[in-house]
Design a protein around this ligand. Structure first.
Ligand code: MN
Length: 293
């Protein structure tokens, strides 16, 4: 266990076997194309999480006391294929142990490992992707494991709803709104969050993995990302969408990736930590059939 766990909880409250939520740090960065530093993301989120209040303000609950939050040792390998296998095993183990895995990246390429781990347990898995970018390139800069390819192989294994999208490359065009992929460009949906949620829920199967590339949010909200693009979701929009998908589907895991703390040491890591804790709070509220206060 890390000395500094998620939320900075006393070690006796974070014993693996007693906890439902399992935070898995993955400080992997190999292919970042613009600003580097996502390998420092997990530690920055965990450090910032010690400043997040343990009470959820919407439900007036203390999730760690109700369900427990443990933080595992980081999953790491220098090579992408090995890293993806190790991460798939770690995620699969947490599901086998009846836990809810929350992975902290690291660059977006790690999400394939998360989905592979979940696919061992859920055949009808679908993916909700928050992102400015489609991440549908077959390969980029000489590797199929580039963060710009994060969703290319995932889409062949499960349904994919991409939201917040406002950056697309020519080679991604053939895959937009084809097969398993439903791409929600943000310019069409920015002022229609409820309709977006309805359409998105229609596309997703019951078991959902939420992958949050932090650049899906607006750079005014989270400036510390490797490849920022203006025009993203507000924090409130992101929370509304996450809450609705958790309440209407069986969300089975989540990741929060692409934080680049060197570009913003305070607001972005804190916002990422708060987002992760909101996922925990919504899951806890759903499990206990609670309504917002
Ligand atoms: Mn992105």
């Amino acid at each position: 266990m890390l000395k500094n766990n998620f939320l900075g909880l006393p070690p006796e409250d974070c014993i693996y076997k007693n906890c439902y939520f399992c935070v898995i740090p993955v400080p992997f960065e190999k292919t970042t194309s613009y600003k580097k530093g996502t390998k420092y993301g997990p530690l920055a989120i965990i450090n910032a999480s010690t400043q997040v209040e343990v009470v959820d303000e919407e439900y007036l609950i203390t999730p760690y006391q109700m369900e427990g939050i443990t933080t595992t040792t980081p999953v790491y390998d220098h090579e992408a294929p090995n890293l993806l296998n190790k991460l798939a095993d770690a995620v699969s183990k947490s599901v086998k142990d009846k836990k809810f895995p929350i992975i902290l990246g690291g660059e977006h390429a790690i999400s394939e490992g998360v989905s592979n781990g979940l696919l061992k347990h859920y055949t009808d898995l679908s993916v909700l992707q928050f992102d400015a970018h489609c991440d549908l390139r077959p390969e980029y800069e000489g590797t199929i494991y580039n963060h710009a390819c994060a969703m290319f192989r995932i889409k062949d294994k499960c349904k994919l709803a991409q939201i917040g999208i406002r950056s697309i490359a020519e080679e991604e065009l053939p895959y937009i709104n084809k097969g398993n992929v439903k791409t929600f460009f943000i310019h069409k949906w920015h002022s229609r969050t409820q309709e977006l949620i309805k359409e998105m829920l229609n596309h997703l199967s019951n078991n959902v993995f939420i992958t949050i590339d932090l650049d899906g949010l607006d750079p005014n909200v989270i400036p510390g990302v490797g490849t920022p693009v203006p025009g993203g979701f507000t924090f409130e929009q992101a929370l509304t969408i996450i809450k609705e998908v958790i309440m209407h589907k069986n969300v089975v895991g989540a990741d929060v990736v692409e934080l680049c703390p060197e570009l913003d040491e305070i607001i972005s890591p804190f916002s990422a930590a708060k987002l992760a804790h909101k996922i925990i709070a919504y899951q806890t509220a759903k499990k206990h059939k609670l309504s917002p206060k």
